[in-house]
Design a protein around this ligand. Structure first.
Ligand SMILES: Cc1cc2nc3c(=O)[nH]c(=O)nc-3n(C[C@H](O)[C@H](O)[C@H](O)COP(=O)(O)O)c2cc1C
Ligand SMILES: *[C@@H]1O[C@H](CO)[C@@H](O)[C@H](O)[C@H]1NC(C)=O
Ligand SMILES: *[C@@H]1O[C@H](CO)[C@@H](O)[C@H](O)[C@H]1NC(C)=O
Ligand SMILES: *[C@@H]1O[C@H](CO)[C@@H](O)[C@H](O)[C@H]1NC(C)=O
Length: 384
């Protein structure tokens, strides 16, 4: 009996293998595209398509640097799969005709056209020679926030200059810090001078990420020291800049609470796209933990979240728990194989999906979405 059940389970699992990009027919239409050649941008219909295009265009080591997750990549896969484990609860007969006008939001008081942003990702130059400049331009065209990575292909000055005559464009700057206060002070001063409006301090990378896939091509973790980062040190850092410092990589309700107690204005839930410590939870699971155990946190500070967001409905699930804005990493990096136009198209696609998915969910005003739009009983267990 036991054996046959096991055999059945194996067959059932084999019937639904993990797919990096779910099969929505792209092979049927673009399958004959030769390696090294980009399909027409018009043929891209969703965010996962950008990865398909990038994988065909980029060389294997550059693609692998973007695609990589830590160790067995369980967190990487879970980030993508977690959204389908929670069913939506659509309401009908609701006047949703004004939904598009409710997408704009503020992030730390700055106006943007949508509640999602470009998460900080290193080495945009691997996809396109324009590198981060394209991400700045694409974000400007779509009027969304771009958080630039410290380990960018372009210099901070080049990234700032890409704002062009749109110098009012708001950028945030991500940092990794050394334990050398002189260097940190110099970095903070450069960031202020560049006009960034916030410092996003990555706290989920105390040590190197364990990156098997990337190590095969020598494109693994960039930092090889253990970082000294504590809440005491955070207070010292806060005195070194007038900019808000947002911790990125909060993964428990305890640390979210500690961040609030230590006076942060915002936190970012993230497991670094599953690239750092394998079997860490997705930000949706962390948001759910906060919702269940200390929901006031969503009112006390702005909460952002990223990891595995690929569709409008993914954004809605995070917003429904009280997340203010949602970050997207890899899809924007992959969209950059088409240059700034690709980035702009990725923004358009996601904005449209958020609006139509919200409408089909019966949400009249995106600001009023709440946890009742989702059935939070997971349809199956962790990693099944
Ligand atoms: C190629 C790549 C480089 C990244 N570099 C950084 C970085 O320099 N700093 C950082 O805090 N996070 C970095 N991240 C993590 C992203 O900020 C973000 O948390 C993650 O990509 C979100 O998951 P997603 O790619 O599934 O959207 C990187 C992610 C990728 C894919
Ligand atoms: C942001 O939008 C609000 C409401 O539309 C407006 O009153 C405010 O002036 C805007 N702020 C900036 C900096 O543009
Ligand atoms: C792959 O592409 C990247 C980005 O263009 C380049 O830096 C790298 O040298 C290339 N690697 C190989 C092995 O061709
Ligand atoms: C800190 O960095 C500065 C500037 O790079 C350097 O001059 C100094 O020696 C460093 N201090 C330590 C303790 O490493």
């Amino acid at each position: 009996m036991r054996t046959s059940l096991l055999a059945f389970a194996t067959v059932a699992l084999a019937a639904r293998p993990f797919l990096n990009e779910p099969d929505t027919g792209i092979e049927d239409v673009l399958g004959s595209t030769p390696n090294g050649v980009l399909p027409a941008l018009e043929s891209i219909v969703g965010l996962p398509d950008f990865e398909w295009a990038a994988r065909h265009k980029m060389n294997t080591s550059a693609y692998t640097y973007y695609r990589n997750g830590a160790a067995g990549e369980w967190s990487y896969r879970n980030n993508l799969e977690v959204f389908q484990r929670f069913r939506l609860r659509p309401r009908v007969m609701v006047d949703i005709t004004k939904i598009e006008s409710t997408l704009p939001t503020t992030i730390l008081g700055h106006n943007f056209s949508a509640p999602f942003f470009i998460s900080p990702c290193a080495r945009a130059g691997y996809a396109h020679e324009g590198g981060e400049e394209n991400l700045v331009k694409g974000a400007a065209a779509g009027n969304i926030l771009y958080m630039a990575s410290l380990y960018s292909s372009k210099t901070m000055d080049e990234i700032t200059a890409a704002k062009g005559n749109n110098s009012a464009q708001v950028l945030f700057q991500q940092v990794y810090l050394t334990d050398n206060d002189t260097e940190t002070q110099a970095l903070f001063s450069r960031i202020e001078k560049a006009g960034s409006k916030a410092i996003v301090m990555t706290v989920d990378s105390a040590a190197d990420g364990n990156r098997h896939r990337a190590a095969r091509y020598g494109v693994g973790s960039a930092d090889s020291s253990y970082s000294y980062l504590t809440w005491d040190y955070y207070h010292k850092l806060s005195k070194m800049t007038s900019l808000p410092i947002i911790p990125k990589g909060i993964q428990t309700v305890e640390d979210a609470r500690l961040a609030v107690q230590n006076g942060v204005k915002a936190i970012m839930l993230s497991n670094h796209g599953g690239r750092q410590l394998d079997t860490t939870p997705s930000s949706l699971e962390v948001a759910l933990e906060i919702h269940n155990r200390d929901p006031d946190i969503f009112k006390q500070v702005e909460v952002y979240a990223d990891g595995g967001v690929r569709y409008g409905a993914d954004v809605l699930k995070l917003l429904s728990l009280g997340v203010r804005a949602v970050g997207v990493g890899r899809p924007f990096m992959f969209s950059n194989v088409f240059g700034a136009e690709g980035v702009e198209k990725a923004v358009k696609i996601l904005k449209h999906e958020v609006a139509i998915d919200a409408a089909n969910l019966g949400v009249a005003d995106l600001k009023k979405i709440g946890p009742n739009y989702v059935d939070w009983r997971s349809t199956n267990a962790w990693f099944s």
